[in-house]
Design a protein around this ligand. Structure first.
Ligand code: HGY
Ligand code: MN
Ligand code: MN
Length: 431
C-alpha cells in the first residue's frame, strides 16, 4: 500500500504554500491531523460512522473550533451542526458552506473534513478582515453523508431540505440490524423532532462545498482548482439471491442452488453493463453478505450492494432496469429466487453558471489554474442543489485515490482551495 496521511508529510510542503491573509497553513495541517486521529483503523485508515463515539468526539472538537472563531453554534435534533457568522442584514437569505465529518469504512483523512475545515478557516479569515458581509454566512457539518452505516447516503442534507420522512428513520438499519431511529436516540438525539430540522429553501441564498476531487483529472492535467459543472446521480440499493443452504461435501454440483455462484455471475454483469448505456455510467458491487458464511456450506442467501451512477439520469435508470432483468435471468436459470431492495435514487445536479463563474473568478483572481469537471462522487451539494444555487470547489487528489488510507491532497493545494472558497463565499455574501 502507498503512503498514508501524516502531519509531517503535510508540513513538509509548508514552504510551498501561497500566502493568503488570514489563512494559516499550519493551523489547517494541525486541525486536519487532529480529526485524522479520530477513528483510526489498524490498516491506517479512518472509520467514523454516524451516531458512534468516534463521530461524536470529532463533532465536539469541531464545535469548539467554531465557537473559538465566534460563530453562534447549534446542533439540530438529528445531529446536523450549524455555526452562524452574522451579516449586516441577518434577515437576508444566507450563504451556507460546509461538508461532513463521517467516513466510509477505513477511509481517508480528507473526504469531508477538508471541506468542513476549509469553511471554518475561510470564515475565520472573513471575521479577521473586520468587515461584516451583507448576508450572514453559516457553516454546516452534515451528519451521515456517506450512508456507510445505514445505507442512507446524503442523509443530513436531505433531512435539512425536507426529503426524509419519519418512516425512513425506522426503515434504515445497520449490519447488526440496529435501526437508524434507535441509534439516533442512543446517541442523544431526538428523531421525533425530524420536522424541526427542516430549513426553508428560500432562506438559503447559495451553498458552497469544498471537496477533494476523488479522481485523477486535476492532477493529471496539472490544474489547481476544479469547478464542478455537474454531479452524477447515484442510486444505492441491494439485490438478494435466495437458494438452498446445503453441505459443501455431500451435494453433487447438479443439485445445488448456490447463491454465491449466482452472485458471482451477477457481479460480472454489473461490471460489463454500464458501457452499454453511456460513456459516463458506472456500477459497483462493494459489499457482499453471505449467509451463513461457512467455508463448508453452500450459501442459501447472498446479499449484494449495488451502486449505480450517471450524470445522465435516464441512462442510469435504464442500466438499473437492465441489471434487475439480469438478476431475474440468473435466478431463473439456477432455480433461485431474488429480491431487489430499493435504497435511494438521487437525481443528477447541474451547477448554475453564475455559481461556476463565481468560483472561476475567485480562482483566476488568485492566479490559480482551473478545470471544469463533472463529479462522479455524490455530495451533500446535490441535496441542496435541487432547491438552491449550489456549487463545489475541487482540489486535486494524489493519484485520484479516495475512500482509502492513501487519500492525499498536498497542503499547498488545500490552502489554495480555502482561499478560493473564502473569496467565493464573500462574493455571494455581498450580492
Ligand atoms: O459515495 C459517494 O459518492 C460519496 O463519497 N458519498
Ligand atoms: Mn466519500
Ligand atoms: Mn465526501
Amino acid at each position: 500500500m502507498g503512503k498514508v496521511f501524516s502531519k509531517q508529510r503535510l508540513l513538509a510542503e509548508l514552504n510551498n504554500c501561497s500566502f493568503y491573509p488570514g489563512i494559516d497553513p499550519e493551523e489547517l495541517a494541525g486541525k486536519l491531523s487532529i480529526l485524522a486521529g479520530i477513528g483510526t483503523t489498524v490498516e491506517g485508515g479512518i472509520t467514523r460512522f454516524p451516531y458512534t463515539d468516534e463521530e461524536k468526539s470529532a463533532k465536539e472538537i469541531f464545535k469548539s473550533w467554531m465557537e473559538e472563531i465566534g460563530l453562534i453554534v447549534r446542533e439540530d435534533s438529528l445531529g446536523n451542526i450549524f455555526g452562524v457568522l452574522e451579516g449586516e442584514d441577518p434577515s437576508l437569505p444566507i450563504v451556507l458552506t460546509g461538508s461532513h465529518l463521517d467516513s466510509v469504512p477505513n477511509g481517508g483523512a480528507f473526504d469531508g473534513p477538508l471541506g468542513c475545515l476549509s469553511s471554518l478557516l475561510a470564515m475565520k479569515a472573513i471575521t479577521e478582515t473586520g468587515t461584516k458581509p451583507k448576508r450572514s454566512i453559516e457553516l454546516v457539518v452534515f451528519v451521515d453523508e456517506e450512508g456507510a452505516r445505514f445505507g442512507n447516503g446524503l442523509f443530513g442534507s436531505r433531512v435539512m431540505m425536507g426529503e426524509v420522512t419519519a418512516s425512513d428513520l425506522k426503515y434504515f438499519k445497520d449490519d447488526q440490524g440496529n435501526l437508524l431511529y434507535d441509534e439516533m436516540k442512543k446517541a442523544g438525539f431526538n428523531p421525533d423532532e425530524l420536522a424541526s430540522c427542516y430549513r426553508k429553501h428560500e432562506d438559503i441564498f447559495a451553498f458552497l462545498e469544498l471537496h477533494i476531487e476523488q479522481g485523477k483529472r486535476l492532477e493529471s492535467e496539472n490544474k489547481q482548482i476544479g469547478v464542478v459543472h455537474g454531479i452524477a446521480g447515484p442510486s444505492w440499493g441491494s439485490i438478494i439471491f435466495y437458494g438452498e443452504t446445503d453441505h459443501a461435501g455431500n451435494t453433487p454440483m447438479e443439485y445445488r442452488k448456490d447463491t454465491v455462484a449466482a452472485a458471482a455471475e451477477f457481479i460480472l454483469e454489473v461490471e460489463k453493463s454500464p458501457r452499454m448505456f453511456s460513456q459516463t455510467a458506472v456500477a459497483t458491487v462493494g459489499k457482499i453478505t453471505v449467509f451463513p458464511n461457512g467455508s463448508n456450506v453452500i450459501s442459501g442467501r447472498t446479499e449484494l450492494s449495488v451502486d449505480v451512477r450517471d450524470i445522465d439520469e435516464q441512462a442510469r435508470d435504464n442500466l438499473l432496469a437492465h441489471l434487475e432483468a439480469k438478476a431475474d435471468e440468473i435466478a431463473k436459470k439456477r432455480g433461485l429466487s431474488f429480491e431487489v431492495e430499493e435504497g435511494i435514487k438521487i437525481p443528477p445536479v447541474i451547477v448554475p453558471e453564475h455559481i461556476q463563474q463565481t468560483i472561476r473568478t475567485a480562482s483566476e483572481n488568485n492566479g490559480l489554474s482551473v478545470l471544469t469537471v463533472i463529479s462522479g462522487a455524490g455530495h451533500d451539494a446535490m441535496s441542496l442543489g435541487r432547491y438552491v444555487p449550489s456549487g463545489m470547489i475541487f482540489v486535486p487528489s494524489h493519484n485520484g485515490k479516495s475512500h482509502s488510507p492513501e487519500e492525499w491532497t498536498s497542503l499547498p493545494d488545500c490552502v489554495n482551495g480555502v482561499q478560493v472558497l473564502k473569496e467565493s463565499i464573500l462574493s455571494l455574501a455581498n450580492q
